[in-house]
Design a protein. Structure first.
Length: 225
């Protein structure tokens, strides 16, 4: 399994060292930041490599709330907030901003590791159900499709047809094969129904509709290049 990287942002060096030691023993990669500005810069520079963020609320330069707000503008990466205060109002505020977990100091490192594992396991399941094809994102569990972050409405048949094209990316599919797999073998209608559905799907995909290529004399192919 690919190593997961965790960003620890806390102005207390002993806390960072404690967490780093525990996390590295569990096989995680660790990045450190001693204040909010450094944390935000690390996320901007290496956000695509960071799988989870641990944010202390009270930090110099930028507090944890401010860092969380800016992260949430560009990413859904899991975030655990650390705070010396355990007031309910603070927790509610953190969840409203998009925090995934909220842990009060002092805390048990073993408990924190357990929370991290649970969050990352959930994230992996979500990622497995959701795939991105050049800006077209399909969630096979929720049966939803979005284009560049915008949800689109598809009929059941349109959804099944698009899903079949995506799952066979870069493969030229004959109309007969599409009928057999999307409409099932008991369908005896005109294959031109596929052309009608493709036209509707292209329209709904907008500029991404160009990814569905017409293969003259054969059928269709989905490719992003």
């Amino acid at each position: 399994m690919e190593e997961k990287t965790i960003l620890i942002a806390d102005d207390e060096e002993r806390i960072r060292k404690l967490l780093k030691d525990f996390l590295e023993k569990e096989g995680y990669g660790v990045l450190e930041a001693e204040d909010g500005e450094i944390a935000l810069k690390a996320f901007v520079d290496k956000g695509n490599r960071i799988d989870l963020v641990i944010l202390d609320v009270m930090m110099p330069k930028l507090d944890g709330w401010s860092v969380l707000r800016q992260i949430r503008q560009v990413s859904k990466v899991p975030v655990i907030m650390l705070t010396a205060r355990g007031e309910e109002q603070d927790e509610l505020f953190g969840f409203e901003l998009g925090a995934d977990e909220y842990i009060s100091k002092p805390f048990s490192p073993k408990l924190l590791i357990a929370r991290i594992k649970a969050i990352l396991s959930r994230t992996i399941v979500e990622e497995n159900n959701e795939k991105n094809y050049g800006g077209i994102k399909i969630d096979t569990e929720g049966r939803t499709v979005s284009v560049d972050g915008r949800s689109i409405e598809l009929s059941l048949r349109e959804y099944e047809l698009l899903k079949y094209l995506l799952e066979n990316e870069n493969v030229a599919l004959s109309r007969e094969k599409i009928l057999n797999n999307v409409w099932n073998y008991d369908y005896y209608g005109d294959s031109r129904t596929i052309d009608s559905h493709i036209k509707k799907i292209r329209h709904k995909l907008g500029k991404r509709g160009k990814y569905i290529k017409t293969i003259r004399g054969i059928g269709y192919k989905f490719e992003t290049e």
